[in-house]
Design a protein around this ligand. Structure first.
Ligand code: ATP
Ligand code: MG
Length: 254
């Protein structure tokens, strides 16, 4: 099993969409049941990409507080990806869960093992933006972090803070690796393309070769509660995601 944490310092850059759509693209290559996703964000929106009914309110947060494992809240989507949703939670329930995460730095990793997720080839974890107890749990158990960036000055400015965070993790765990992924790229925006070039010149191969272009199909797919590769198989973003999944599959095979 390889654990991939999808992270960013800024909100709204496309972590959740990227987590869901990369997972679905990887499942196409690795096969049904080979990929799992975990939603470590109280927004509880990852499940929406996999068609889970709104009527289902349970998830890993309430299970954890009650001392119950995650297996029974794992949702087997029809897209080859198994999803563990965060679940609906009250304010006090969220605080109790976060206190538990503070106390047990390897809690998420232990749950992954107990829920049978370790039988998967790949597990992706979606996180909220910026430093948090969730980001710490995700990076504590990740083999690889994918930091999502927009091709703009705002995301560029977050790279030093992200690098400092990643360096801390790597100091404790030398095998930990990290890559950057540009999302919502507009091929006509020269300033944006310049930002990508500057970041590539500094970070080299740590920037994933393919970007995810800005594509209405990504937002539309969410409205239909499907991965974009199912909703719009011939779209630009599906081509991008297939290429990214191929690169990741090669990386995972190393
Ligand atoms: N490649 C893309 N092309 C067009 N729209 C996109 C793309 N990626 C994401 N979006 C849209 O951008 C918005 C934010 O995406 P998303 O929720 O995945 O970001 P996030 O980083 O998870 O946000 P948060 O920090 O709140 O968790 C959504 O409306 C999504 O549909
Ligand atoms: Mg999100």
């Amino acid at each position: 099993m390889i654990v991939i944490a999808v992270i960013s310092m800024k909100g709204g850059v496309g972590k959740t969409s990227a987590t869901a759509n990369i997972a679905a693209a990887l499942a196409k290559q690795l096969g049904q049941g080979a990929v799992g996703v975990i939603d470590l964000d109280p927004q509880n929106s990852l499940r929406l990409h996999f068609g889970q009914s709104n009527a289902v309110t349970t998830g890993l947060s309430s299970q954890s507080v009650q001392g119950v494992g995650w297996r029974e809240v794992m949702y087997q989507s029809e897209y080859g990806v198994d999803c563990v949703p965060y679940g609906d939670v009250t304010e006090s329930g969220r605080e109790a869960f976060e206190a538990l995460l503070e106390e047990q730095p390897d809690f998420v990793y232990q749950q992954i093992l107990h829920a049978g997720l370790s039988e998967k080839r790949v597990v992706l974890i979606d996180t909220p933006p910026g430093p948090s107890v969730y980001l710490r749990q995700a990076t504590n158990c990740a083999d690889l972090a994918i930091a999502v960036l927009l091709a703009d000055g705002g995301s560029y400015a977050t790279i030093p803070a992200m690098e400092a965070w990643l360096a801390e993790v790597q100091a404790e765990r030398p095998d930990f690796q990290s890559l950057y992924l540009f999302n919502q790229v507009d091929g006509m925006n020269t300033l944006g393309l310049d930002v990508i070039e500057v970041v590539r010149s500094h970070l080299g191969k740590r920037v994933i070769k393919n970007v995810i272009h800005s594509d209405e199909a990504v937002a539309e797919a969410l409205a239909f509660q499907q991965p974009v590769s199912i909703y719009a198989p011939h779209s630009q973003s599906t081509r991008d995601l297939d290429n990214i999944a191929k690169q990741l599959a090669l990386y995972l095979a190393q």
